[in-house]
Ligand binder design. Structure first.
Ligand code: DAK
Length: 259
């Protein structure tokens, strides 16, 4: 598919999704969110893609939802935009492939929320995170009131959201919002290295781990561990489980087939 505001590229087993509206610091207007939706459908349908990296063009990851577009919304339009955003971010979160956000610059509001819908966040030393919404008279609307607290804990999430302050990459690392901080020129390579480490493992087991973690976090521990037992059992119906364990016993390299 052709896109105007994003670039979708395949590199081996990885898909690289770049938000590409650098003149507006990659702010998310409805058109861009709709394009991300289309890209996620493409990625989901492509069995040769085993992991995804999301990043931004230029000096920004995503500087939030597009304020220029939003400023004159009435409540009906606001709700429509909110529903679209939440649908797409939820699709990203539930994508049955691991997703790494390579946060190259500003990740504000909807941009911070986009990174939170990814599984893992890596940042460049130039990255800045924040939820500035209350300073604009709105609440975070693309999952920020929910996912940020799940990643950094209630107290830290409340401080970030109530103050609307921006934090730098080192602080984001200290509070556990990002898993690593790298020089800007190394960020994408580091994200690819991490993605390639993940895709060297059995894809179905990685996928099921993601589903179990994401479902389990919403459940009580008994329901969650029961679900874990289900997916654990399910792994034994895969060729890759036989391959992984046989290769270990035979002391040879594994050759996973995503089957
Ligand atoms: N929207 C639209 N344009 C933006 C933008 C944004 N969020 N952020 C930056 N730009 C544009 C600027 O207007 C400027 O455009 P021109 O003037 O050149 O035409 C261009 O990008 C470059 O920006 P600056 O000149 O401001 O660049 P600086 O380096 O000086 O400053 C900055 C960078 C990131 C500190 C600054 O641009 C900034 O504060 N930007 C706004 C950040 C922000 O507040 N983001 C949060 C937006 S609120 C909802 C669900 C979710 C949301 C809303 C509703 N529903 C449920 C309905 C989410 C809301 C948000 O994300």
């Amino acid at each position: 598919m052709e896109y105007k505001n994003i670039i979708l590229k395949k590199e081996g087993k990885l898909a690289l999704l770049t938000i590409n509206r650098p003149k507006a610091l990659n702010a998310l207007n409805s058109e861009t969110v709709t394009e991300i939706n289309g890209a996620l459908d493409e990625i989901a349908a492509d069995d040769t893609v085993l992991a995804v990296i999301v990043t931004g063009s230029g000096k920004s990851f995503v500087a939030g939802a597009d304020i220029t577009e939003m400023k004159d919304f009435n409540s009906v339009e606001g709700r429509k935009f909110g529903r679209l955003g939440n649908k797409v971010f939820r699709k990203l979160e539930n994508l049955e492939k691991p997703v790494i956000a390579a946060v190259n610059g500003f990740a504000l509001g909807g941009g911070c929320e986009l990174s939170l819908a990814c599984d893992i966040r890596l940042a460049s030393t130039k990255a800045k995170f924040g939820q500035p919404e209350v300073g604009l008279g709105i609440t975070p609307g693309f999952g920020g009131t929910q996912r940020l607290a799940r990643v950094v804990g209630l107290g830290m999430a409340k401080e970030l959201i109530y103050t609307a302050k921006m934090i730098k990459a080192d602080e984001a690392f200290r509070i556990g919002l990002v898993n690593g901080v790298y020089e800007p020129e190394n960020l994408l390579e580091e994200a690819k290295k991490l993605a390639n480490t993940i895709v060297a493992n059995a894809p179905i087991a990685v996928r099921m781990s993601k589903v179990a973690i994401n479902r389990g976090i919403q459940c009580d521990i008994d329901t969650a561990t029961a679900y874990e037992s289900e997916v654990f059992g399910e792994c034994f119906s895969t060729e890759d489980q036989k391959e992984g364990m046989t290769a270990f016993v035979e002391k040879r390299e594994k050759n996973f087939k995503n089957k």
